[in-house]
Design a protein around this ligand. Sequence first.
Ligand SMILES: Nc1ncnc2c1ncn2[C@@H]1O[C@H](COP(=O)(O)OP(=O)(O)O)[C@@H](O)[C@H]1O
Ligand SMILES: [Mg+2]
Length: 330
Amino acid sequence: MTKLLEIHDLQTQFHTRDGIAKAVDGLSLSLDRGEILGLVGESGSGKSVTGFSILGLVDPPGRVAGGRILFDGEDLVAGGEKAMKKLRGKRIAMIFQDPMMTLNPVLRIDTQMVETVQAHADVSRKAALARARDALVRVGISSPDERLQAYPHQFSGGMRQRVAIAIALLHEPDLIIADEPTTALDVTIQAQILSEMQALCAQSGTALIWITHDLAVVSGLADRLAVMYAGRIIEEGTTAGIISKPMHPYTKGLIESVPQGKEHGTLLRQIKGMTPSLLKLPEGCKFAPRCPRADAACKPEPPLEERETGRRVRCVHPHTEPLAEEAAPT
Ligand SMILES: Nc1ncnc2c1ncn2[C@@H]1O[C@H](COP(=O)(O)OP(=O)(O)O)[C@@H](O)[C@H]1O
Ligand SMILES: [Mg+2]
């Protein structure tokens, strides 16, 4: 069976006054139906641009300059906006960090949801409204009939995000791309929404790409993780495998900088240095300037190689021992 999503050598670039920023540079990735992938990395590593590229939402001065994105076998890059229009909102949906990217402030929720349903399904207003109501119930919104008649500003931030998630679910898409949708919410609501999303995806067989800078957030949710650095994937594997035995020094650093609770009052170990500017990337491994293991062997840039079954790592000096018990997130 074809994979739901296959990305081959994706290149997404921004033409700026100071040069070409290669925000995504040679990214390859695949996703099975119903699978949950956590796309993780520090701010600026190219996570959102990857999500936007899949949905055909990269605006000038940015463009997808190369590669193939196969969705259910269909090449979205070659198909252009015409192919994408048929899929976006129907078979592929996106949830943004800011729900107001989805919601229109001047329209009532029922109007927006009915419009979204009718954009891709030839159904009556009554049937569309019933579907909207059902979606609100599924994301845990009580008194949905009342809520349908409200405007976005009448909701709390958490509720607005739930409505945006309900809208993403309206057509039971095959794939949802969620770009840090819970980052602005408090921890309790964040945890609730995460576990609800997990249940909803399992119910409907929807695959999910959950984008976050916060490894702790996705480690309880995702089947697999892909860790990004400077527009590349530097490590990919099962969540359990990566959390217990990160092989790339960057991944290990990310895991060790997750707060443990029990270390209250002590300083967290942080990865030293800063993310490099895309316009001034070092030769060879892009992480080398920050890496405790870097040496002459880190030039030229290592390829993303399968080091163990299902584990790809872009490093010539990977860690091969499991993390010490006390360092692994609980
Ligand atoms: N509109 C833009 N114009 C110029 N460069 C951009 C633009 N959007 C993104 N970039 C570049 O792409 C990089 C990755 O951005 P992004 O995917 O948003 O990172 P994140 O991993 O935080 O989601 C940024 O650091 C920036 O260099
Ligand atoms: Mg982002």
